[in-house]
Ligand binder design. Sequence first.
Ligand code: URP
Ligand code: ZN
Ligand code: ZN
Length: 455
Amino acid sequence: MDMVIRNATLVTHKETFRGEIGIQAGKIAKIGERISEGVITIDASGKLIFPGIIDAHTHMETPVKGYVSSDDFSTGTKAAAAGGVTTIIDFTIQAKGQSLKESIEERKRQANGRVYIDYALHCNLTDFNVSFLREIPEIIASGITSFKVFMAYRNEGIMVSNENLKLLLKETRKYGGLVQVHAENGFLLDYLVEKAIQRGNTSPLFHPKTRPNYVEEEAGVRAIVLAEEVGGNLYLVHLSTREAVEAVKWGKERGVKIFAETCPQYLLLTEEVYQWDDASYYITSPPLRSEEDKEALWQGIREGTIDVVATDHCPFTRAQKDGGKDIFFETPNGLPGVETLFPLIYSEGAVKRGLSPNKLVELLAYNPAKIFGLYPRKGAITEGSDADLVIFNPEKEMKIRANELHMNLDFSPYEGLTIKGIPELTISRGEIIYEQGNFPASQGRGKFVPTTPTH
Ligand code: URP
Ligand code: ZN
Ligand code: ZN
C-alpha cells in the first residue's frame, strides 16, 4: 500500500467504527483489521477519521460591487486544505452575452494549475437567454449538473425572472440536473433600499432592515411553487430565516424535490453585529438574523429539513469592506468561511449541541456529494472512493485568530472564539496536503471533478 492509517476511528454518515485504511494509487483500497505495511504509515490513535469535507458553495476571486473576493483559487484552496476541505464547488461567472460553455472554460482556466484540492463547478446564469437552455444537455454531459440563478441583485442586472426560473427548472430536470436559487425578492428589497436611501439611512444597520425575513420567505416559497409546478429539482442556498426553513419543510412535505443549505454564519452569528463599529465587515446577503432564526436553523438541521452546511465563502479584506463604509449598499457583500467550516460546525454542532459526528458527515460531505453527483467518489469512506480523508483531533482547542488562519484575509467574523476539535492532517487522493500548519503538496495538484446527474 502507498499509505496505511492505523488505530483509526472512522466516521461515516451512518456509523463510527474502528479499523485501518489502506490507500493505493489515490483510492481507498482496503478498510479492514490489519492491513500490511504502507510506504507511509500513520498512527491515528485518539483521532477521528472523517471523509474529506465538501464545501458546496464558494466564490473564489469573484467580482462583487467593483471588488474581487480576496481569496483566489490558490489561497482559497490552500486554506480549505487546512480546514479539512478536500473539494470545493465554486461557480462559473457569466459575462454579458457569454455562452455558458465559454463561461465554464474561462472559470476552469482560472482554477486549473492553481488549486490545491479538487473542485467542481455550478453553472451560474446571470445573463439569462432562452438560447442558453439549448446548452444544458451538453453541459450536464460534460460534468456540470447544477445551475445557479439569483432572485435578487436586480440593480446588478442579474436577477432571474419567474418565467426563466420556471423554464430552467423544467429543462434541467429532463437531464437529471438541479437548479440552485439565491432566494430573496429582488423587487421588494430594492424598493426597501431605495426608501432607506431617500431617508438618509445608509449605515450598515440598514442592511438587515432592508432585507426583512419575508424577503427571503416570499422568494423561497415562489421557487418551491415553481419547482412543484414543473417537477423541477431545486436547491435553496444559504437559508437564514425561520420562515425559509418552514417553507422548505412545507415543500418537502408536499413532495417537491427540494434541498436546502445554510451556512456557519447563520448558525453562529446574529444581527447584533450590525450595531458594532466594524458592522460593515459583516455585510452579507441574506443578512445575519435573530437568535430565533438561528435556533430554527439548528432545528432544521436536526430534523433533516436542512441538508447541507456550506460556507458561501466570499471574503473581502478590511480595506475592501472599508471602501463601502457607512454606505451599506456599496459594501462588497460576503463573508469568509472555507477554512473554518468544519471546526466551527464540529465545535458548535457536535460539542455544544450534541449532534453526532455522523450527522456532521451527512451535512458536510455525504449529502453534498449525493446531491451534486460526486458520490461515491467523494463524501464516502468506502473501498474504491477517492482517498480524501481528514485526521481530526476532537480534544484539541483553538482560539480563532484571523492572523493565524490561511485565508487571504485580515478579518475573521469569529475572532476570539474558542473552538474544540481541529483538523490536524488532510489527505487528498492519497496525498498529504496539510499537516499541522504545513502544506507539503504543490499548487495546481487539484483537479476538476465532473459531477454526474443524479436526480
Ligand atoms: O453576500 C453574499 N452572500 N455574497 C456572495 C454572493 C451570494 O449571493 O451568494
Ligand atoms: Zn447568494
Ligand atoms: Zn454565494
